[in-house]
Design a protein around this ligand. Structure first.
Ligand code: 5GP
Ligand code: ZN
Length: 139
């Protein structure tokens, strides 16, 4: 499905130009227009999914397989020190474009990229209960 009012549907289809790194029948890989660091890449499925909750397993499998290839190509070209893969779902999580996309963010010594969080202590019994509860919901 393609959504008429969606900028990433238009970019993925090629109706809006982008600096395309790679393209398959299912995905377009582009440079982010406002990169967090040099070589910040987005992998965008051509089909419209608002977020991860809507994506089917086949597309997800192809996506991560492609991500490994893109990661190696990026590393060979950019020679960065590390790589963050980020994928935001929902406004609270920082999503601003509501068409699924995977961020591949190169990390360089001394860059000012921030993808960290504060760690909290956990209660073992609560963790055990929670793990079981989520497990039950996985088909
Ligand atoms: P989000 O915040 O939804 O996880 O990420 C959206 C990303 O899309 C941002 O990093 C933003 O810079 C990028 N972006 C938004 N509009 C465009 C566009 O028109 N072209 C490209 N190449 N990137 C875009
Ligand atoms: Zn879309």
């Amino acid at each position: 499905m393609i959504k008429d009012d969606c900028i990433f549907c238009k970019i993925a289809k090629g109706d809006i130009p982008s600096n395309t790194v790679y393209e398959t029948s299912d995905f377009r890989v582009i440079l982010d227009i406002s990169p967090a660091s040099k070589g910040h890449i987005l992998i965008i499925p051509k089909e419209h999914f608002d977020n991860i909750f809507e994506m089917d397993a086949d597309t997800a499998a192809k996506l991560f397989s492609l991500a490994t290839e893109v990661a190696r190509a990026m590393k060979a070209e950019l020679n960065f020190d590390g790589l963050n893969i980020v994928q935001n779902n929902g406004e609270i999580a920082g999503q601003t474009v509501f068409h699924f996309h995977l961020h591949m963010i190169p990390r360089y010594e001394g860059d000012e990229v921030n993808v960290t969080w504060k760690q909290h202590e956990s209660v073992p019994e609560e963790q055990e209960k929670l793990a079981k509860a989520i497990k039950k919901r996985i088909q």
